[in-house]
Design a protein around this ligand. Sequence first.
Ligand code: XUL
Ligand code: CO
Length: 437
Amino acid sequence: MEYFNFVKKVVFEGPESKNPLAYKFYDPERIILGKPMKEHLKFAMAWWHNLGADGTDMFGRGTIDKSFGVVPGTLEHAKAKVDAGFEFMTKMGIKYFCFHDVDLVPEQKDINDTNKMLDEVSDYIVEKQKETGIKCLWGTANLFGNPRYMCGGGTSNRVDVYCFAAAQIKKALDITVKLGGENYVFWGGREGYETLLNTDMGLEEENIAQLMKMAVEYGRKIGLKGDFYIEPKPKEPMKHQYDFDAATSIGFLRKYGLDKDFKMNIEANHAELAKHTFEHELRVSRLNGMLGSIDANEGDCVLGWDVDRFPANVYTATFAMLEILKAGKISGGLNFDAKTRRASNTFEDMFKAYILGMDTWALGLINAAKIIEDGRIDKFVADRYATWNSDLGKKIRAGECKLEELAAIGCEQKFFSAENSGREEELQEVLNSILFR
Ligand code: XUL
Ligand code: CO
């Protein structure tokens, strides 16, 4: 059965094209900085939004029919989603997908029944992978949807809930490895708290670290070779989430000796919720050798919550691609953890949304390469720190100075020279002239 008969294949037609179902900038074979675009941009489809999100919001029922012709909540529907997903990825030329356990099958009353369904549906996915060559970028367990996780999974106050979380993680790891999944994600939506009046923060953090350790041990035993990722988010659904941002998460990983196995999966909209820019989170991760993967979406500056819009902001994608290019190779890719708006309720909208996202990141890549090749911004930054290349600067950086010695030099200076402009406006103009020439 063909679900999306309005298009055979989405192909690159170039910026002049008026065809809404064609790429204007994403040209998979185009060489950028010595590598084809398709290698720079490992795009992935998020199973949950693309095959599951039906436009439901806090105020109203779904607007988008994702039944795919069968009754939702059945095994038949889970398989129809596989068919639709693989048709979508094949037509779009997307080579990867990401999933939560409960995206693949509806959660049953008894976890053993859910697990049996997962076995059957994952067998079916393996067949489709063999036919198409499509791979799994990462898998994860949903430890936030079911009411049992209302007080957390790995940070629950109850050991029985913690074991349930362990059972879901174990199975999600099994399925990730079975699907050849390259990496595994922890996103801690319920791993946080509402009030310290009822919370033992120290115990909760130690417990989730322990759960992560056990997950790494098991994952390595069954053959997961890639990275484990933490996906930081400051809040929503919880008021305080332990994985607030990259810096907090990296500190946590180092404290518990998890930093060799884990990296960051940075999501643009989560960075914004933490009042950071996306590129800030990427830079912090990169500088700590922890830039693993990306959830490519964006927020809305007028709204204060996680709206998971498809990325359209070319400046943001440009700054993000600069960080990725400077990181060199990352283990992950660009997962569109994004959903069409409630009123964009046709399957055509689904294709157009991914085309927008992929074209935006293609422009980001093209622009980032231009900025690197132009060199003016990198040179400005290097020059701005030139005094650190003096003998004194080198000596300080080598840890060979005492505070008294520097204080004496400081006191010799009669006044502060104000000739130290950061020239932000000039640099923004340089940026625009590189981007739009
Ligand atoms: C929620 C979110 C998740 C993770 C995976 O904000 O981003 O979908 O990406 O659990
Ligand atoms: Co995400």
